[in-house]
Design a protein around this ligand. Structure first.
Ligand code: ZN
Length: 160
């Protein structure tokens, strides 16, 4: 069985930046499970995995355009900490969910805390970075009907 739309795929992966610094890795953990063709993973990596088989190993370079996007300085805003949820003690690296103009949920990351002033950044922390993946395909199966309805993987390595 080769990877195609609606395949549930498990991969071992390591993600490095241009400097060879490891940004993320499944080493020592469960492989990453995702549903192919549902934007569960970045575009460039998904495209490279299309048609691959169990045991295939690949190295994939993903440009920001096919990764987490280019950085956009307009997505950075400063707010008073009182504008954040009351129970929240803001810390750098925390993620906050905000409501976008069309009612959709937009993730923001806290990038600075200075007194009562908090800087929120709508850029993904990996935006603007070229991503270097090394990937091994561990398993491939067809998605269940329930998984197809939800657009993500259930069971080990998945949601719920
Ligand atoms: Zn679900």
């Amino acid at each position: 069985m080769k990877i195609e739309k609606n395949s549930v795929v498990a991969i071992d992966y390591t993600l490095k930046d241009d400097a060879g610094e490891t940004l993320d890795s499944s080493a020592g953990q469960e492989p990453l499970h995702y549903m192919h063709g549902h934007n569960n993973i970045v575009d460039g990596l998904e495209k490279a995995l299309d048609g691959k088989d169990v045991g295939d190993k690949l190295t994939v370079t993903v440009t920001p355009k096919d990764g987490y996007g280019e950085r956009d300085e307009k997505k950075i805003l400063k707010v008073e900490s009182s504008a954040l949820p009351k129970e929240m003690a803001p810390e750098i690296g925390m993620q906050v969910a905000a409501e976008g103009p069309s009612g959709d949920v937009v993730p923001l990351w806290i990038t600075a805390v200075e007194g009562a002033s908090v800087t929120l950044d709508g850029n993904h922390p990996m935006a603007g970075k070229t991503l270097h993946f090394t990937v091994e395909v561990k398993s491939i199966r067809a998605a269940s009907e329930e998984e197809l309805n939800h657009g993500h993987v259930h069971g080990p390595g998945g949601a719920h």
